[in-house]
Design a protein around this ligand. Structure first.
Ligand SMILES: C=C1C[C@]23C[C@H]1CC[C@H]2[C@@]12CCC[C@@](C)(C(=O)O1)[C@H]2[C@@H]3C(=O)O
Ligand SMILES: O=C(O)CCC(=O)C(=O)O
Ligand SMILES: [Fe+2]
Length: 372
């Protein structure tokens, strides 16, 4: 029986089944949602006001320099936005309205499609909620494999229409993700023969993925609430569509939290932990979070892209040499998700092989490998 992404959490069930609130009925922030500095170990936003030059790179995929620009963005930021990506704006509108329709269903209806404690798909709080004392001001819906059964529960009449949108969205995102993989890896001098699991056509045919719909309702006390706590994605890369409301922030060394502004038609691409491992730390995964605001409902749709579930991911041999020993041990995607479920933001260091001394210090501004 080959490994399946949907089984990733079978041996890591979540013990807390949280009660789901009706956000719109809350006029005040309940204490269970009020975060203080201690609830999040990361610096709060000093911001980068006016620092025009310190903004997340935007890459036009039709630019002849896209390969170089992508490599540079991955080394220095771990995140960038792409334009001219070829995803039809109608499809982005459709997935946004599907998300809107889902989250505006009555709580009782949404709970019919609740994620089970050891499952990956369904409605609920973000999985990482279990690592925090306070609740996050958000709800999510995760799709791995067919959403048919859950959608039948949510929309007994219209489930087909929504299934078709998801299917189409996953199809085009898979293609874009493969293209982005080659821009990222190509920039490191990696080609098809170096990545056997990319398949005979190099199209990452057997890649797996999860689709995460995130909803952040308007919040009566946004400065004390957290939409989605700081994390890195346990993926090769993540392609994020955000509606016209800002909230995504990335942690930039030396600057603090930098907002990734929604640009009409653009998509955000994050470097995930598995590219961090593949690139032997040359492309560090980016720590990011979502904040909320007082007046606007925010939606985001994350396409979480990973390798075929049973492939062992390890630093690419072309990137290794006598002075570049492998920093990480081989690990499959499922195994990594299990590690994340146990160690959360220390998952990457738990895969670290004995660290050479020069990896413990900053070797350059942004290429440092953090331990612990
Ligand atoms: C394939 C994935 C990646 C997961 C777990 C599993 C399905 C849902 C993903 C997310 C989506 C929301 C943030 C995150 C941190 C979470 O809580 O659930 C992600 C997590 C990860 O990137 O670790
Ligand atoms: O909503 C956002 O902007 C971030 C979502 C995210 O980080 C995720 O789904 O992994
Ligand atoms: Fe994320």
């Amino acid at each position: 029986m080959p490994a399946r992404l949907s089984d990733a959490f079978k041996s890591h069930p979540l013990n807390l089944q949280l009660k789901h609130p009706d956000f719109s009925s809350l006029q005040e922030l309940p204490d269970s949602y009020a975060w203080s500095q201690n609830d999040d170990q990361y610096p709060s936003s000093p911001g980068s006001f006016g620092a025009e030059q310190d903004s997340v790179p935007v890459i036009d995929l039709s630019d002849p320099n896209a390969l170089k620009l992508t490599g540079h963005a991955c080394r220095t930021w771990g995140v960038f936005q792409v334009t001219n990506h070829g995803i039809p704006s109608k499809l982005l509108d459709d997935i946004e309205s599907a998300g809107r329709s889902l989250f505006s269903l009555p709580v009782q209806q949404k709970l019919k499609a609740a994620r089970s404690p050891d499952g990956i798909s369904g409605y609920g709080f973000a999985r990482i909620s279990s690592f925090f004392q306070k609740l996050m001001w958000s709800e999510g819906f995760t799709i791995v494999g067919s959403p048919l059964e859950h959608f039948r529960q949510l929309w007994p009449q219209d489930y087909n229409k929504f299934c078709n949108i998801i299917e189409e969205y996953e199809k085009v995102m898979k293609r874009l993700a493969g293209r982005l993989m080659w821009l990222m890896l190509g920039s490191l001098g990696i080609s098809m023969e170096d990545v056997k699991w990319a398949g005979p056509k190099g199209d990452f045919r057997d890649a797996s993925a999860a689709l995460q719909l995130n909803s952040y309702p308007a919040c009566p006390d946004p400065d004390r609430a957290m939409g989605l706590a700081a994390h890195t994605d346990s993926t090769l890369l993540t392609i994020l569509y955000q509606n016209n409301t800002s909230g995504l922030q990335v942690l930039r060394e030396g600057t603090g939290w930098v907002t990734v502004p929604p640009l009409p038609g653009a998509l955000v691409v994050n470097v995930g932990d598995l590219i961090h491992i593949l690139s032997n730390g040359l492309y560090p995964s980016v720590l990011h979070r979502a904040v909320v605001n007082r007046s606007r409902h925010r939606l985001s749709i994350a396409y979480l892209y990973g390798p075929p579930a049973s492939v062992q991911i390890s630093p690419l041999s072309k990137l290794l040499g006598p002075s570049q020993p492998p920093l990480y041990r081989p690990i499959t995607w499922n195994e990594y998700l299990g590690t994340k479920a146990k160690h959360f933001n220390n998952a990457l260091s738990s895969v670290l092989l004995c660290a050479p001394l020069n990896a413990l210090v900053d070797v350059s501004d942004h290429n440092s490998v953090k331990v612990g």
